[in-house]
Design a protein around this ligand. Sequence first.
Ligand code: C2E
Ligand code: MG
Ligand code: MG
Length: 622
Amino acid sequence: MEQIKQTLQIVSIQHELAMSIGKSLHLESMLTNFFTTAQRRLSLNTIYLFYKPTNVEHESDPSQPNKQDYSYLCFPKQHESDTEQQGYLAQYLQPSALSDQTSTLQTIENKDKLFYIFSIPTFGWIILARLHSAIEPAILSALPPIFSRLAISCLACLEHRDLLIEVEARKAAEKMITRQIYTDTLTNLPNRKLLSVNLNKAIGTAKRNSNFGALFFIDLDRFKIINDTMGHGVGDELLVALAVLLKQCISEGETLARVGGDEFILLMPNISQDETKTITRAHSIAEELIKLVSQPIKLTDHTIYITLSIGVCVFPNQQTHTLPVQQASDAIIKNADIAMYRTKHNNRNGFHFFENAMETNAIQRANIEKQLHVALQEKQFELYYQPIVHPDGALTGAEALVRWNSPSLGMVSPAEFIPIAEESGQIIDISQWILAEACQFINQLVSMPNATNIDYVSVNISPRQFCHPHFIQQLQSTVNQYQTDLSRLRLEITEGVAIDDIETAVEKIQQLVDLGFQFMLDDFGSGYSSLSYLHKLPLCAIKIDRSFISNINTESSNQVVVNAIIDIASHFKLGCIIEGVESVAEVDYFKNKNIQAIQGYYFHRPMRAEAFLALLSNPSLG
Ligand code: C2E
Ligand code: MG
Ligand code: MG
């Protein structure tokens, strides 16, 4: 009877313990379940588990059990901090026992505690601690199969945990790769790819909700000049600072992306259901953006004033609403870009909304840029010379003016292609050619006895060319190559070269003046015109812009400005040249004024080199 009772008790313990295994895939809660049952059914004080974690790669010395090779768990949890106990038990753990096929059991008595150390092959040890009384041998012998099952469950939990860790690691890696694909590394802003994804979404939502949105194409003015003159480090720092500033304008659901060197796009997907309201709102946002950069930007070693050129495209619009999403998206970006170019053309620093008519212009621009690539090689440029005369009409100099006869576009005005060549950088090679031509022309004049009255030939220098880091060397190498008499060469610069960084401009000009070059300030009065820097620049003359000259004889406001400029020029001992004189009345206006020379259609139009030389031999041709 007693025997049956004990058997039933053992079966019941076995059953209950077996049932408490594997209820969770989380190791600790699975073990807690098991240990709670074991503690209750076997009247245990503590249960210890030493097991080999699945991710320990290195082989340990089997004769020297190293605690650190094993993970350790203890139940109840509060006994876990008893490291002395843990160390005490570890000395009885024989790793060689784990390689045996069957479980072994050691019993150790320590003070009032009895420890039953079960080794579980390939897994580890389970140690049961009981106070005062021993566990009955029959019960002890029933435990190894249960512990083997427990070990299998533990391994399953550990594998599951490793799998979870791996899945998490993969997810994190995927997230990082996705981030890299969609982020601009310099500014940490979304890049063009992410913008495109968000714009595609925005087009879809706008359609569904009959909403309007706006896309702002933002380009930093004169960034290339900053990069060329101050270095790429400063350029990068400026872009990061600008990104931080622009971010102030965006809210939830909007995207600010960097899509090119100095190009940013701001996407505002849901502005209003009313198109006019959307335009008004986009207007104030563009104004806000311009205002954001009106304060100087402080970088580590520089303080920089910048301006922005912005183009805005409101969508959906007539042109895009019937297109498939991707095409509509490309068209919206292109239209905003076109509108931005309009701003660039209109003296920069501002914004324009896209209008259909702009597109034709943009196509023409792109065409010009493309054709310019072959223009130099194919000798499509020619240098014309416009005579500059004394007030009495006698020749004193000439301005070299480039002409482009493109086989596909016809005659293209320099006013049209020079800004495009500036923007694309082609101006550097073109200018090099122009200077070489002008130097050869000067040499021709020097060799002609009837050209002694031609004091100089002036050559226009574009701002991009002026700011180029090798500007001085390039000039010098060309004039050295042709052994040009520098007293007969003048360089025309515009206010644009000085406005950004007057100190650097003055330094550069002074260096060249020291080498014998002479400078004139072209188109004076047309641009930013600041009299404050006039005296700082080492100039020999200024040329008053022709916008003041037309009808000067009747336009009293222009008279006031022109007279003031003539006075200032004479005050600073600068020669004063009047540009764009077209009528006898205009010539007469300057009769008794303190001016050095006149240039204008009234006297001569720009002409081929041969025509100019012919004019020297026979001035009556003019
Ligand atoms: P700019 O340097 O101010 O040149 C004077 C412009 O005014 C020339 O136009 C000339 O033909 C024009 N002009 C002269 N007299 C009169 C006049 O009485 N009435 C009118 N309506 N116009 C007159 P062009 O040759 O078309 O050149 C336009 C601009 O293109 C130049 O203005 C200059 O900024 C640029 N450019 C021309 N040639 C070169 C060049 O070789 N290099 C560079 N960098 N720029 C050039
Ligand atoms: Mg000029
Ligand atoms: Mg001019």
